[in-house]
Design a protein around this ligand. Structure first.
Ligand SMILES: Cc1ncc(COP(=O)(O)O)c(C=O)c1O
Length: 421
């Protein structure tokens, strides 16, 4: 190595230690301490465990069948024969990848069919699909807003919304979960300090299972001249008489909301995200949103799977109502056993807040020993003292499964170490 190279790249020894530069990160060291402390308590790290089979009301794990509350296959459409067949047929026709960004040669006819289907399902002028739900929020929020603007979101907002807001360079205003009165007050004092304001809500909040008060959100939007974006990751297919989401549930026309966002990964049995809204919004994003333009087109099987999922949903519009009955039943039975399950009655996301992270991991592990699979959600996904078990209720859960699991959960809940619960 000559002198200049030596100065630029460091010595061979430094380069070698540079290979592991992350080991010096405070965040990495904290993670290692956390894993070690959990292990000392005899708790196995429950993440990244491969399962087998379709994520339904049961899954297979290390050769055992478990009752599963950890998958958001809400309407049981992932694994539905029609959806799987459509994905396979798309692979036969187009291959497994779109093989280019859509603006160049990645466009295939099912992309257009899916977008037309989303727009007609929601009652908007147009729609656009992206390769990930997370990316959809990040790229769209950060592209629609900039420095003189404000992105306004609930304290329970999904990380993709927060990240989109931060990357936009706009001012960020966070308000207490569901506290529209508090937000109203903040905006009365600050609305003239920013140009455009985008209020972002979630149809069903992913960590608490609470349902957005759309009427209040619209009132705030109109009073303070804001744009309104709703993330329907957990409400598309689950809320509204026929699963059209939060507008249908509230009896509000789709045009009242400026930006409809959703994911294809939950009810819609694929992977990806969508934005729906007026023609100009979609055209603007189609030609200019970086996360759309500089990324590959949605894969043929994911596109076809989501399209087939919509077709099943349209043909069987009672599925969402049946799911909500299951969610109500789960909550009713859980309450009978004294479990303080969070979220609205009909919401498919049901959280049991434990508080302490290690205690939450312990509860999850004990339930696993009983054949119940429910994932612990700990910091930083939720606050340090907000660790919880998050139960996803799906259409193919049965009353018998609830009867088999809820008393066990209640018994293990009672046994938790009091000091840390
Ligand atoms: C509210 C919300 N928005 C966006 C996303 C990201 O969606 P995806 O997982 O499809 O990328 C999620 C994922 O869980 C979510 O809960």
């Amino acid at each position: 190595m000559d002198d200049i190279t030596d100065r630029l790249q460091g010595s061979p020894e430094q380069a070698r230690s540079g290979d592991r530069f992350v080991e010096g990160f405070a965040g990495y060291r904290k993670l290692q301490r956390r894993i070690a402390s959990v292990a000392r308590r005899g708790i196995a790290v429950p993440y990244f465990e491969p399962r087998d089979g379709v994520s339904g009301s049961t899954i297979h794990w290390h050769g055992r069948e478990l009752i599963n509350f950890s998958g958001y296959n809400y309407l049981s459409l992932s694994g539905h024969p029609e959806v799987s067949a459509a994905a396979k047929a798309a692979i036969d026709q187009y291959g497994t990848s779109a093989s280019a960004s859509r603006i160049v040669s990645g466009q295939i006819s099912v992309h257009t069919e899916l977008e037309e289907c989303i727009a007609s399902f929601l009652g908007t002028e147009d729609a656009l699909v992206f390769v990930s739900g997370y990316l959809t929020n990040v790229t769209v929020i950060s592209h629609l807003l900039s420095r003189p603007d404000a992105v306004i979101y609930d304290s329970a907002a999904h990380n993709s919304i927060i990240t989109g807001g931060r990357l936009s360079g706009a001012r960020v205003i966070e308000f207490e979960h569901g506290d529209f009165d508090g937000l109203d007050e903040v905006l009365r004092g600050s609305r003239n300090e920013f140009r455009r304001g985008l209020l972002v809500g979630e149809g069903v909040y992913s960590m608490d299972g609470t349902v957005l008060d759309l009427e209040r959100a619209l009132e705030i939007k109109n009073r303070h001249d804001l744009l309104l974006m709703i993330d329907e990751a957990h409400s598309i297919g689950t809320m509204g008489a026929t699963g059209r989401g939060i507008c249908e549930a509230a009896g509000v026309p789709a045009s009242a909301v400026d930006v409809h966002m959703g994911t294809l990964s939950k009810t819609l049995a694929g992977c990806g995200g969508y934005i729906a809204g007026d023609r100009a919004l979609i055209e603007y994003l189609r030609f200019l949103a970086p996360g759309f333009l500089f990324s590959v087109g949605l894969s043929p099987p994911d596109t076809a799977a989501a399209l087939a999922a919509f077709k099943v949903l349209e043909r069987e519009p009672e599925r969402p109502q049946r799911l909500r009955e299951k969610a109500k039943l789960f909550r009713k039975m859980a309450r009978e056993y004294g479990l303080p399950i969070r979220g609205e009655e009909e919401s498919p996301v049901a959280s049991l807040v434990v508080g302490n992270g290690d205690t939450c991991l312990l509860l999850s592990q004990r339930l696993l020993e009983h054949g119940i699979h429910v994932q612990p959600i700990v910091y930083p996904a939720v606050a340090q003292d907000g660790a919880r078990l998050r139960f996803f209720i799906t259409l193919n859960h049965t009353e018998a499964q609830f009867k088999a699991t809820i008393p066990v959960i209640a018994k293990e809940w009672e046994r938790l170490p009091a000091a840390t619960a």
